[in-house]
Design a protein around this ligand. Structure first.
Ligand code: KG4
Ligand code: ZN
Length: 346
């Protein structure tokens, strides 16, 4: 079964063709990130305007890559090879979501295809089903992105329960805000990771305990990151006079504080659940330090669970994960009166 998947929840316009939920025939990603780097963050209207500009060329490119022998202009023939159209309906920015949803509805109507709605947070989890060794049910998933930090218990396809997560800022948001305070570029995750790596390679034995890890001793599976940016802001202010810390050291400290909070709570979660695998996914799962720390934590604590992290290209927003999620959650069919929902929950 070939699914044409569309993802436009934020600043990436992505279209993929995914076969049977696991084989990516094509996945094209256009991004307006450069524009947002200039403004230091995402301006929703600008993101939506770029979605409109990119959506049709991205669909054409994805179809051309998936079916290279087809004359892409003979649309009926091309679409004969597509069994369903999947689209992210939320959560996300309303203007951006509308572009994807309206485009998907139009294609479904014109080519008479089934339409499958996809929850963006669930789709991040399915990025790990695009690998040769998918997680085993039941599993715990830590979804860490720019808008979400959720512990999700996944019993089987279609059964998702949020069992904890951030009470305020998301982990990616914390990276982005702290990077701005330190004076590193947007998006903050990759720029902090790069600066941190420079510091750690020169100071491999540094303890990295400068910033607080709120709630890590709390019994719940909740987290809090809003205090981190206040602590960073305070230190950066005094550092302007004293000049004790380099940007690279501050980046390493921020990265360690976020990673530490995430892995300590993951350990608490796996100790209390009867699961077979752990999934780490979402944009922040592209962080190499976090990936290594998570692996080390499970090994060190002799937790005999398999850890599943998406390939780097499928950590941040992409339509391949939407196509996979749609394939395994097909009971979600919807009608052409569908509306996007920026606040969509499980
Ligand atoms: O999943 P995603 O692409 O979009 C949302 O659904 O939000 O995640 C974007 C977030 C941003 O906050 C970005 O700074 C963060 O993921 N991110 C990273 C890295 N790459 C992206 N955070 C830490 N380290 C990275 N290497
Ligand atoms: Zn995302």
């Amino acid at each position: 079964m070939n699914i044409l998947a569309i993802e436009t929840s934020c600043d990436e316009t992505s279209v993929a063709v995914v076969k049977n939920g696991t084989d990516v025939l094509s996945c094209v990603i256009a991004t307006s990130m450069k524009l947002h780097a200039e403004s230091g963050g995402i301006i929703p209207e600008n993101a939506a305007r770029k979605q409109i500009e990119y959506i049709i060329p991205t669909i054409e490119k994805a179809l051309q890559i998936a079916f290279p022998h087809e004359n892409i202009l003979a649309r009926d023939e091309t679409f004969e090879q597509i069994d369903a159209i999947a689209v992210t309906v939320g959560p996300g920015l309303i203007g951006s979501l509308l572009v994807g949803v309206e485009t998907a509805k139009t294609l479904a109507s014109v080519f008479n295809k089934r339409l499958i709605p996809v929850n963006h947070v669930q789709a991040h989890i399915y990025a790990t089903f695009l690998s040769k060794t998918p997680p085993q049910f039941p599993f715990l998933s830590l979804v860490v992105s720019g808008g979400h930090t959720d512990f999700v218990y996944v019993e089987k396809h279609g059964s998702y329960k949020r069992i904890g997560g951030t009470r305020d800022d998301a982990a990616g948001e914390a990276f982005d805000k702290c990077a701005r305070i330190i004076g590193l570029g947007y998006p903050g995750g990759p720029s902090i990771a790069k600066a941190a790596e420079q510091y750690i390679s020169k100071n491999p034995n540094s303890k990295l305990t400068l910033f607080p890890r709120p709630m890590i001793f709390d019994k719940s599976l909740d987290l809090s990151f809003s205090g981190l940016k206040t602590a960073v802001l305070r230190l950066v202010k005094t550092n302007e006079k004293d000049n004790v810390y380099s940007k690279e050291q501050l980046a390493a400290e921020v990265q360690a504080a976020i990673a530490d909070s995430l892995i300590k709570k993951t350990l608490r979660a796996v100790e209390s659940l009867n699961i077979k695998s752990v999934v780490l996914c979402g944009g922040v799962s592209a962080n190499i330090y976090l990936r290594h720390q998570m692996e080390a934590l499970l090994l060190f604590n002799k937790v005999s669970l398999s850890l599943h992290v998406p390939e780097l290209v499928y950590c941040t927003d992409n339509a391949a994960m939407v196509g996979s999620c749609a394939f395994f959650n097909q009971n979600n069919d919807f009608v052409l009166s569908l509306e996007p929902n920026p606040e969509l929950h499980f």
